[in-house]
Design a protein around this ligand. Structure first.
Ligand code: SF4
Length: 286
């Protein structure tokens, strides 16, 4: 289930509150400490935290304004990115302390990121060409029993229709974009180096998407969560309509008047197959 954006924004605000408490505590100690050297060190620490606090407060204001107005604020883009990167680990810790799972926090972060990217893309028109759009998918979308290796050569797929690799290839051919299947973060980064995209549509689980979005910074990444009817990293699926909408979101800036033409098959038919396979797999020892 998707977490709402307000979870991550709430945790960001809580992170700022926590930093403020730290400043007050450091100043209190500095005033009451007898040794002058310790006093000076505490005041320096408090000063540094105040600087970070100022930066992330502006960043959070930028995030909230962008989401609220659905418009990007170009001058705040850098601050927003710094804020997300600085406070993300703190949000994960706070979320865990408050009883939220890491998946919920990461999913909320992805929602916030997608909203910010959409606003950015709307503002910067005509800056993404078809060839510079990379669709990055996890190799676990492939049917685990398929003998054709697709990670380095996606066209090895015989398009038998037994998994969504064939559908993603159709999307690639339909829009003339780049497509890559990665086995993990290292290979994903390698593909980004090879293709040098200007924008990425990425499919992955919460953990890989959240870290991938941060790694790709400042490239705009629209993240789409995969579905895992058989558990993690095995015969996963994705909502192809969501993938196509994300591709179109970037391409629309080129004035390409493409519409959803029913190419995007729902994930349900694959989910059914995967559920069945999942039951079979449980009987396999080890
Ligand atoms: S569509 Fe068929 S050939 Fe292509 S990867 Fe999936 S199972 Fe293999």
């Amino acid at each position: 289930m998707r977490a709402r954006k307000r979870l991550f924004i709430g945790l960001l605000a809580l992170g700022v509150g926590l930093l403020s408490v730290l400043v007050i505590f450091a100043v209190y100690l500095a005033i009451n400490w007898e040794q002058p050297l310790n006093r000076i060190l505490l005041m320096i620490l408090a000063f540094l935290i105040v600087i970070v606090l100022g930066i992330v407060s502006f960043g959070i204001a930028g995030i909230v304004l962008t989401i609220w107005s659905a418009r990007t604020i170009p001058s705040m883009q850098h601050l927003i990115r710094v804020t997300l990167n600085v406070l993300f680990p703190i949000c994960l810790m706070l979320g865990r302390a408050l009883g939220f799972s890491q998946e919920q926090v990461r999913s909320s972060f992805i929602e916030v990121n997608n909203q910010l990217v959409r606003a950015l893309v709307r503002a910067r028109r005509n800056n993404v060409s078809k060839e510079k759009l990379l669709l990055l998918a996890p190799h676990c979308l492939q049917n685990a029993e398929c003998p054709h290796k697709i990670t380095l050569y996606p066209d090895n797929c015989q398009r038998c229709g037994d998994c969504q690799v064939a559908d993603l290839l159709s999307l690639r051919d339909k829009y003339g974009i780049k497509l890559a299947f990665a086995t993990g973060g290292t290979l994903a980064r390698r593909f980004v180096q090879i293709y040098r995209p200007r924008a990425i549509v990425a499919i992955a689980c919460e953990r890989d998407l959240a870290s991938g979005i941060q790694d790709a910074n400042p490239l705009p990444v629209l993240g789409i969560l995969n579905q895992r009817p058989s558990g993690p990293c095995f015969n996963t699926c994705v909502d192809l309509k969501e993938v196509e909408e994300a591709i179109l979101y970037f391409l629309r800036n080129l004035g390409i008047n493409e519409t959803l033409r029913g190419l995007a098959a729902p994930a349900e038919k694959y989910k059914e197959k995967r559920k069945w396979k999942g039951k079979m797999d449980k009987s396999i020892p080890g």
